[in-house]
Design a protein around this ligand. Sequence first.
Ligand code: SF4
Length: 342
Amino acid sequence: MHEIHAREVLEKLKLMGAGRVLIQSPEGLRREAEVLGNFLEDNGIEVILHGEVNYGACDPADREAKSLGCDALIHLGHSYMKLHLEVPTIFVPAFADVEVVPALEKNLKEIKKLGKKIALVTTAQHIHQLEKAREFLENNGFEVLIGRGDSRVSWPGQVLGCNFSAARVNAEGVLFIGAGYFHPLGVAVATRKPTLAINPYSGDAIWMNDEAERLIRKRWAQIAKAMDARSFGVVTSTKKGQLRLAEAKRIVRLLREHGKEAKLLLMNHISYPQLEGFSFDAYVVVACPRVPIDDYENWRKPVLTPREVEMLLGLREEYEFDEILGVERSEDEPMGISIHGG
Ligand code: SF4
């Protein structure tokens, strides 16, 4: 269950004098987008609902909003990411309506195995509960470190599937609060520290380090599959927070310097079926790291991250997760609804 503060959004739109808006939502918040749209229309604002799939703040529909003559974009479900936005954009994060302390209480014995000095991280959905979690843990004798993170995240302690900067603190182990595997798996690979994931919905605790080793073995297998490839398609994305053009060009140069053929490709939503007609022997995805790591089984050709290309070419020995890093963060973003850009 997620609560959207419709009246607060309306107030911000009124202050801006907005008459027409585009509402963008991830698949899990379609009903909330409709309800918000109805509420805004009842209050005299013209609303267009954006129907494309959205996975993150890395993909704001600000260009579409501009081309539709909208005065603002409302981006539901994610917190602000530092990007150049073409229309004023209201980020409305969706905080999960679930307590985290009961799950911590249940798993205290497991958490103690992390050591005394622990890093605490979570996703945007549970960030509003982080202080409660810290207090509980400190009351139980832990020293809790919450990393500031870089400009790609909005809040201290927040991790994304492509950014674990908030987990890089001087701790013995990392405690992740949230559902799903991808984030804590990334934390375990990126920090190489004991990582325990606590799911506040189910109350389960899972150690991620064996899973991380399995992931690394699978990725080395992908690298081995790409060893004989002569030609590489190096794909980046037009999504604003995934367009890593300089990095993609660097990978093209690197491959060519090592005697391979390489071409730069541009897509929006990156998926293998659209690439079927090309003759490349292998691909490198220089966009969202989830694409090659989560989706590689759907690719008929080997698909690597930029770091994995360096391993393939013998330039890097130890496995490293593909992160998209920002710059140092100067101040904390306010919790909840915030307006940026335009
Ligand atoms: S690039 Fe991928 S992991 Fe990062 S925010 Fe976007 S969808 Fe999430």
